[in-house]
Ligand binder design. Sequence first.
Ligand code: NAD
Length: 290
Amino acid sequence: MVQKVGIIGAGQMGNGIAHVFALAGYDVVMSDISQENLDQAMETIRTNIARQTAKGRVSEEDAAAALARIKPVIGLDGFSEVDLAIEAATENEEIKKKIFQDLCPKLKPEALLATNTSSISITRLASTTDRPEKFIGLHFMNPVPVMKLVELIRGIATSDETYKTAKEVVKSLGKTTASSEDFPAFIVNRILLPMINEAIYTLYEGVGSVEAIDKAMRLGANHPMGPLQLADFIGLDTCLSIMQVLYEGLADSKYRPCPLLVKYVEAGWVGQKVGRGFYDYRGEKPVPTR
Ligand SMILES: NC(=O)c1ccc[n+]([C@@H]2O[C@H](COP(=O)([O-])OP(=O)(O)OC[C@H]3O[C@@H](n4cnc5c(N)ncnc54)[C@H](O)[C@@H]3O)[C@@H](O)[C@H]2O)c1
């Protein structure tokens, strides 16, 4: 039975995952390597829960209780008590493997281990841990408090029991699962990211401006956000990592990351989280950067 949850990485995904678990009544330890990111994460959770309270979706008491259930930590203090640890750190295989190496000896033998990776092989990540049968992909969508879906990805060794427990945990958060086999980028990003990459090629080749491309897809395909705005929202570094995983994992040139995406990442203009990507967010209104 899962009661206490540990989250590694307090970025945009980690703070959202902490938020929904705490609201569902779980005790949460949220870890990062940066105090600044931890402080920022707590601030974001406070603001987002306050928004839910203002809309009448969460009572003042539940909001206060949820916030009190989240313990931010630097390092892995408190992880020896968790029943489920969810890794939600930077999308980089080496970083994730190092986290598992440090984390596994601290976990209870029966604790489940999950990763929120957008694209990296669950089987490969699981094989670097001491518990491949208790390892699973729990792929939350951004923004976590709003999005209903969690993709469940079993590695080759994931046990039926782990899968069943993970499914129940997701249900207890008021969310729905879709099961994906363990292939590069799973279902949602296998389909979504090539679309975003194609939108960046469309910009790169001068077919349309940032505004024209986003407007075309919003009004022409009824997408709630244009693909370039969505790329900024996801993070261009994360988008590039996912395209690289698709390109390398499926060895098909149709997944080649657009050179313009690479250039934005090299410039550090990785989207909304840093204030600049295909749009500049530093003023009152987002302004296209080309
Ligand atoms: N952004 C999205 O839309 C989205 C959606 C679904 C899944 N994901 C996945 O979620 C994960 C996190 O993405 P994000 O968008 O939150 O990234 P982010 O850059 O916002 O946050 C990553 C956080 O991890 C922390 N971190 C790095 N190394 C660490 C370590 N060794 N120990 C603890 N913390 C560490 C960083 O300090 C940072 O706060 C990635 O695997 C990503 O692919 C992202």
